[in-house]
Design a protein around this ligand. Structure first.
Ligand SMILES: Nc1nc2c(ncn2[C@@H]2O[C@H](COP(=O)(O)OP(=O)(O)O)[C@@H](O)[C@H]2O)c(=O)[nH]1
Ligand SMILES: [Mg+2]
Length: 355
């Protein structure tokens, strides 16, 4: 009797242990399955995100190319007068002719095409044209000094003041603070023009009266940026004074005084060139380069010119990077210059082969 009970109890215990085991195992199974499902879902999400990023990147490349295409429509008309229908290979002479039509200097064309065959493929030409922009910007964007001081120079009418407004607008949109210095104190209208833009974009500006010392404006703008912890300083300058010597001396003084306000400033001296002047703008840039040294170029008014090919000569002859191009008079009409996109948008006009 007793042993019967004992046996029964033992059986119950075994059953219980078995039940618990089954419970445990099934819990484990559901847990690992859940984990697996979760893993697969996250993996899918990550893949989707990556795909989305790729699409956005592709779109923005296309957008940039589209932007170039619109800005370069007059240049394209000239190119297409030489090669009206897209081809797989284009004759050497035709390429030469269309580059001349686009206002690329002959010397540069010879250099770019040296050793190419009679019939040229897209790939061959692309490589040579992109090479002309070998003077790429070497700015470490992740490690800019604060404030980052840019001095804008160039002749009157080139588009300095408008470009400053565009740069300020872009900087602000990207979430960085910016202050402007109205350093073209030679003309009252120039101070007013920059002040109007500053109000429109809603950024601070330091200005004085016409005829006052431009280098003092530069000093005050940088000091103000330091005091208020502002990320960027952009300083306008005069493009013409009574004499070229006066202009040269004034620019040199501004550069020196910037350095007094902040060690290492100005960090970039940017030359603004009027794109409608094509290759003649190169001589201007050389003159300014001799005065104060230039770190990079912004070419304006690309929208109104058939001389887009001059960008090749400008960058190559001056051995300087092109940072941006201006494609209109509004604050958003500024595109970051990319040699790849620029060259591709030209080649898209004449070659059947995709990139
Ligand atoms: N179409 C076009 N006009 C521009 C561009 N950049 C500037 N301008 C115009 O060129 C003229 C001179 O510009 P401004 O900024 O005053 O030149 P600054 O004398 O060098 O300061 C103005 O009428 C601007 O609107 C551009 O990218 N495209
Ligand atoms: Mg101006």
């Amino acid at each position: 009797m007793f042993s019967f009970f004992k046996k029964k109890k033992e059986e119950e215990q075994v059953e219980k242990v078995e039940e618990e085991l089954i419970q445990e195992i099934s819990e484990e199974i559901t847990q690992t399955t859940e984990e697996k499902i979760e893993e697969v879902i996250t993996e899918n999400i990550v893949q989707e995100e990556e795909k989305k990023e790729e699409i956005v990147e592709e779109l923005s490349q296309e957008e940039k190319k589209g932007f170039f295409s619109r800005a370069l429509s007059k240049t394209f008309d000239n190119i297409k007068s030489v090669v009206p229908h897209k081809k797989e290979k284009i004759a050497f002479d035709e390429i030469e002719e269309l580059l001349i039509e686009a206002d690329m200097e002959y010397e540069i064309i010879e250099k770019a095409m040296d050793g190419l065959p009679e019939e040229i493929t897209r790939k061959q030409l692309r490589h040579r044209l992109v090479m002309l922009f070998e003077h790429a910007p070497d700015v470490d964007l992740s490690n800019l000094p604060k404030p980052f001081v840019r001095l804008i120079i160039g002749v009157n009418g080139a588009g300095k003041t408008t470009t400053i407004a565009k740069l300020a607008n872009k900087t602000k949109k990207e979430g960085h603070s910016v202050i402007l210095g109205a350093g073209d104190t030679f003309r009252a209208a120039a101070i007013e023009q920059l002040a109007t833009w500053a109000a429109k974009i809603d950024v601070p500006i330091i200005k004085t009266k016409q005829g006052h010392d431009a280098s003092a404006v530069a000093y005050d703008t940088i000091s103000s940026a330091v005091a208020k912890n502002i990320d960027n300083v952009i300083i306008d300058t005069a493009g013409r004074l009574q004499t070229q010597t006066n202009l040269s001396n004034e620019l040199k003084k501004i550069v020196k005084v910037c350095g007094k306000a902040m060690d290492g400033a100005p960090h970039q001296k940017l030359m603004i060139l009027d794109g409608t002047q094509g290759n003649t703008a190169i001589a201007q840039a050389k003159a300014f380069n001799e005065m104060v040294g230039i770190d990079g170029i912004i070419v304006t008014k690309l929208d109104g010119t058939a001389k887009g090919g001059a960008l090749f000569s400008i960058s190559n002859q001056l051995e300087l990077p092109i940072f941006f191009v201006g494609v209109g008079e509004k604050q958003d009409d500024l595109i970051e210059f990319s040699p790849d996109n620029f060259v591709d948008s030209i080649l898209d006009q004449i070659y059947t082969e995709e990139k």
